[in-house]
Design a protein around this ligand. Structure first.
Ligand SMILES: *Cc1c(COP(=O)(O)O)cnc(C)c1O
Length: 438
């Protein structure tokens, strides 16, 4: 399969190039040339298939031309070593729990898949070691580091701002050891990002080391997210059949950079019978305003309690726009929007907990609330619970006035010993360090 850039200037790329480069030369996002519809029989039988079986069928449609069947199967099965169950929260509303992976957030799925696909390419070409550089303000670092943990042939360097990430987040990428090196920069997140960007442009460094990024716009992180939408549909069908009901399914995705909802839209293009989608925003309502006005006006992000969605210029808007050929009416027909202030998010978490005992995290709360406000007769809604509430323990406990239990795998991270390299915010120091690791 070939990949084109949403900016339409850069040349076509094959899968390997799209994965290793991440972003096209014209700074556009890669899109697959074809989105292959899956056969009717697949959907008719989907409720009899396992998560891995479903995911492999979807993966084959995207990657089957470029990766041998057996290898792709191993990558998919190994990636999905945990479940993504739908859980009934109340009548007609289900939570798609995407937090059962190693770092308790949905980004685990994409990060694990990308790590294994990159390893496949390295092995195939007997390539030298690949070095992944990632700057993080918290969550990306942990998902990427854990996704690549123990994957041969790849070393990950996570740069993070000293004293500016939460303890829970920090221990998820500083206690791992093995092929993961955490570098604590005496600066802010933007400094970390600038160091990584400078490294990718440094000729000497790139001639000596193979460097790659693993950011969320990478097709190998983005496309695999569609797996769990098919699986959620399969579970909903099973549940509807068991209760003898019939309903249309609405999918609601708490969105920041819009990668997650975009993979759901790809699913629909492949034939997944979802009636409509809702993109739930926090106060960063750029997409919401686009739906209302047809104008896309990015602006500086605003801090909220659903901070993984604090994005003022969502990268994947370019993919959604491309998917619908820039047709505003078509986009509005598929997707509606919602936006919530911190106060509304907190209210929603409280209300849900008081009436159902289900504990939402601040991101999932936006999704839950948007469904509550928009579901119509004959519809059931599924919202993505994108992270475990314990990841935002203090915020959640303050709101629902109840202790949130920390899952064992998160507690295990917190027992580990922090290992990090302290570094000034200086490119030459960083460069010398990388060259010495060779
Ligand atoms: C990254 C993230 C989001 C936003 O997902 P996008 O794909 O960027 O829209 C929502 N919730 C949590 C917990 C996240 O980590």
């Amino acid at each position: 399969m070939r990949y084109y850039s949403t900016n339409k200037i850069a040349p076509w790329a094959d899968l390997q190039k799209a994965v290793v480069k991440g972003l096209a030369e014209d700074r556009g996002l890669y899109m697959p040339e074809h989105i292959k519809p899956l056969p009717k029989e697949f959907f008719e039988n989907i409720d009899n298939l396992s998560f891995q079986e479903i995911a492999y069928t979807v993966a084959d449609a995207f990657f089957g031309e470029d990766v041998e069947a057996e290898a792709l199967k191993n990558i998919v099965y190994d990636t999905l070593a945990f479940d993504c169950p739908i859980v009934k929260v109340e009548d007609n509303i289900y939570s798609l729990e995407l937090f059962h992976g190693p770092t308790l957030a949905f980004k685990d799925v994409g990060a694990r898949f990308m790590a294994r696909l990159l390893q496949y390419f390295i092995r195939k070409e007997n390539k030298e070691q690949v070095n992944v550089l990632v700057a993080t303000s918290g969550d990306t670092g942990s998902a990427v580091a854990n996704g690549f943990l123990g994957v041969d042939g790849i070393h990950v360097y996570v740069l993070y701002p000293k004293g500016k990430v939460s303890k829970i987040q920090e221990c998820q990428f500083t206690t791992l050891g093995k092929n993961i090196t955490a570098i604590e920069i005496d600066g802010v997140f933007d400094d970390c990002q600038a160091l990584v960007k400078t490294a990718f442009m440094d000729k000497e460094l790139n001639s000596q080391l193979k460097l790659t990024s693993a950011n969320s716009i990478n097709v190998a992180r983005f496309l695999p997210q569609s797996f769990y939408y098919f699986y959620a549909y399969a579970q909903a069908v099973r549940s509807l059949k068991a209760s003898g009901k019939n309903a249309d399914i609405v999918m609601c995705v708490p969105s920041g950079n819009f990668g997650n909802i975009c993979s759901a839209l790809f699913g629909k293009r492949m034939g997944l019978p979802i009636k409509r989608f809702i993109a739930a925003n926090n106060a960063n309502d750029i997409f919401y305003n686009y739906l209302k006005t047809g104008e896309y006006v990015p602006r500086a992000s605003q801090q909220t309690i659903a901070n993984a969605m604090d994005v003022g210029d969502p990268s994947n808007f370019a993919r959604i726009y491309d998917l619908y050929n820039g047709n505003h009416a078509d986009i509005c027909e598929q997707i509606s929007g919602a936006t919530y202030t911190d106060e509304q998010i907190a209210q929603s978490m409280q209300q849900c907990f008081n009436t159902t005992k289900y504990i939402l995290d601040p991101h999932g709360a936006c999704g839950y609330q948007a469904l509550k406000e928009s579901l119509q007769d004959g519809e059931i809604g599924i919202f993505c619970e994108t992270a475990h509430p314990a990841k935002f323990k203090d915020t959640v406990e303050n709101i629902i006035k109840t202790e949130v239990e920390i899952p064992e795998r998160l507690a295990d991270f917190m027992k580990g010993e922090k290992q990090s390299v302290l570094m000034p915010n200086d490119f030459n120091t960083f460069k010398d360090f990388l060259l010495k690791q060779k």
